[in-house]
Design a protein around this ligand. Sequence first.
Ligand SMILES: [Ca+2]
Length: 175
Amino acid sequence: MIPLLLLLFLIEPLDTATPSEGQLLSISIATARTVNGNYPPEFAIDGDLNTFYHTGEAASPQWLKLQLEDPAWVSRVVIVNRLENINIMQRLLGTQVYLYDADGTTQIANCGKISTIASLMYISSQTYNMPCDSSQLASYVKLEDSEMEVSIDDQIIMNILEVEVYGTVPLSTGK
Ligand SMILES: [Ca+2]
């Protein structure tokens, strides 16, 4: 027997994307553990490829947390890296992508880790496509750099040019 929620998912009319791809979701707020004042977390969700979020100086883990406007089944997270010299581009190495439920603390899915800049996850030279298998509704997306491979004096720097989250909002809460 097909669960009701899955059935709703399957019969949702196709728009520009397939149900498995989902649609671009609205992000209401971005927060981070540390911030370089000139490059706030909002710069990762402003739709502008000329601006980026930059961590402050701290040891691992650095993280950027995005709150979805509506809880959703998240199908993928797209991360756009700075197109810069290799040392700066490698700051994205080790970045993990997780989904959290409405309380913001319960992890419900792991969308993988950026483990190489020469990966099949590539769409272009600076865009990473992280597929998520979210069987539960997610309210938060968290990017966390928990690896020491890009550390400088035990400090982790994370730069995020832009993040896009794709998925499906349940019909009952959709707008
Ligand atoms: Ca931006």
